[in-house]
Write a protein that binds this ligand. Structure first.
Ligand SMILES: Cc1cc2nc3c(=O)[nH]c(=O)nc-3n(C[C@H](O)[C@H](O)[C@H](O)COP(=O)(O)OP(=O)(O)OC[C@H]3O[C@@H](n4cnc5c(N)ncnc54)[C@H](O)[C@@H]3O)c2cc1C
Length: 434
């Protein structure tokens, strides 16, 4: 198949994704309970159902995709996957600790888990670790593209806000362009085609970037990257999974686990004590607290970020971007979802709670104005904050846990939307082999 092309839809009435679904399997983990109905938990439920397992999805919230998977940056960024931990961050640490307005900020807490995580993060900043992390993310990203596109082959792209928009990472200085080019060369062996484009070519690809003229050294262009509305995708997954017989227990927080001989036998929930066979933790930023209840640590810290969603004023004009844009100078991403523009940014390591800081929203509004002027309607700004579930090296944790019947699909950080379907498939294969 041509790289980047969507696979053909299956025969009518059969979703392409389910075409090679296996018959029910009465093995040890014939029934699996997935805790978490964010994008990762829902994709996991799909992969497990396809592999012949009976699946129940449980979530504390009354609806799917209401937490980190709700208002994220919407980018399916399969080919540009640099981990947050990079050698260049070490000299910036004093500034990140002291500044309240830096796009990347460290919020110190009296938490041994946070300080342990910070030490692991610093170790992950070594050049060799950062390169190895990039390659692992890239491989998972390519697997995820295949699986996501099987799901999307016969989906309603309009309703999901799906577009193969391409992506431009706009670099302000020659030094930032040189570093981005080095990352691109590292990714070349595994990732999709990417190229460095000078300013004039960048403006041809995305005329809405005209305000960047004279302020950029160039850009990295990845034509095959995509965008999708993460919340709409969660709802689509729920619909399809219910139709396939997957059971949902929403509004059902898991409070604790009952164990017998090391195995989890029941979940204590607000709806009573529920028996389980196999369990998958896919609780996003809450996964570390859940693991602590099971007696083992998970190196996951919340990385708070913000987004705003604005309506595009004139959808026919070339004033709002159609291509996904990363403004590397301000560390803000822009994604066009139909007639809306999603603007996302900021990473506050260790910030807890999802309250929306109005100052952060004003910063995003100011960045959008500087970048695209009046292309969007500032009277109608939808603000949002979410917690990325981050591991020190940005690589998610997929597979076994110290409890023999509990499995992990956690820690997707800034790339959970991109990596969800690939991670889910990897976990289903792990269970097949367990
Ligand atoms: C500002 C921002 C921008 C981002 N942009 C992008 C992007 O452009 N591309 C990309 O790929 N990724 C992006 N991400 C990252 C992505 O959103 C996350 O990695 C992803 O949503 C994580 O999904 P999840 O399912 O693991 O977690 P969540 O969506 O948080 O889901 C976890 C679920 O577990 C449930 N839960 C927790 N505890 C319990 C309990 N005790 N009992 C029952 N249920 C429980 C929660 O209610 C929740 O529904 C961004 C994130 C942020 C914050």
């Amino acid at each position: 198949m041509e790289r980047g092309a969507l696979p053909q839809a299956g025969p009518s009435g059969v979703k392409q994704y389910w075409q090679d679904a296996r018959p029910a399997r009465p093995d040890r983990f014939g029934h699996v309970t997935v805790i978490g109905a964010g994008i990762v938990g829902l994709a996991t439920a799909a992969a497990l159902s396809r592999s012949g397992r009976t699946v129940t999805v449980l979530d504390a919230a009354p609806a799917v995709g209401t937490q980190t998977s709700f208002g994220n940056g919407c980018q399916l960024s399969y080919g540009y996957v640099a981990p947050l931990a990079q050698p260049g961050l070490i000299p910036e640490l004093p500034h990140l600790l002291l500044s309240r307005h830096a796009p990347l900020r460290i919020v110190p807490r009296a938490s041994p888990a946070q300080w342990r995580w910070m030490l692991q993060f610093l170790a992950a900043c070594r050049a060799a670790r950062a390169s190895a992390g990039s390659l692992r993310l890239l491989q998972l990203g390519q697997a995820s593209r295949t699986e996501t596109e099987r799901w999307l082959a016969d989906a309603d792209h309009g309703r999901l806000g799906f577009a193969r928009a391409g992506k431009l990472v706009v670099l302000p200085t020659a030094e930032s362009l040189r570093k981005a080019q080095a990352q691109m060369e590292l990714q070349a062996a595994y990732g999709p085609p990417q190229e460095v484009v000078p300013e004039a070519a960048c403006l041809r690809i995305e005329p809405a970037l005209r305000r960047f003229a004279g302020h950029m050294a160039g850009a990295i262009h990845t034509p095959s990257e995509c965008v999708i509305d993460s919340h709409a995708l969660c709802q689509d997954l729920e619909r399809q999974l219910r139709a396939r017989g997957v059971a949902f227990r929403l509004g059902t927080p898991v409070r604790d686990f009952v164990r017998h001989g090391g195995r989890v036998t029941h979940l204590r929930t607000d709806a009573g004590t529920l028996p389980v066979d196999g369990v998958v933790l896919a609780c996003g930023p809450a996964s570390a607290a859940m693991a602590r209840r099971l007696g083992f640590p998970l190196p996951i810290q919340p990385l708070k970020g913000y987004s705003i969603t604005l309506r595009v004023r004139d959808t026919g004009a070339d004033t709002a971007p159609r291509v996904s844009v990363t403004d590397a100078a301000r560390k803000v991403v822009y994604a066009r979802i139909g007639d809306r523009l999603r603007v996302a940014g900021m990473a506050e390591i260790g910030a807890t709670g999802r309250h929306v800081d109005p100052a952060r929203i004003q910063e995003l509004v100011a960045h959008t104005r500087a970048a695209f002027g009046d292309a969007v309607d500032y009277q109608d700004v939808e603000p949002w904050a979410g917690l990325r579930p981050a591991t020190p090296d940005s690589v998610p944790i997929i597979g076994a846990s110290p409890c023999p019947n509990v499995f992990l699909n956690v820690g997707h950080g800034a790339l959970g939307l991109t990596l969800a379907f690939g991670s889910a498939q990897r976990l289903a294969e792990h269970l097949d082999a367990a």
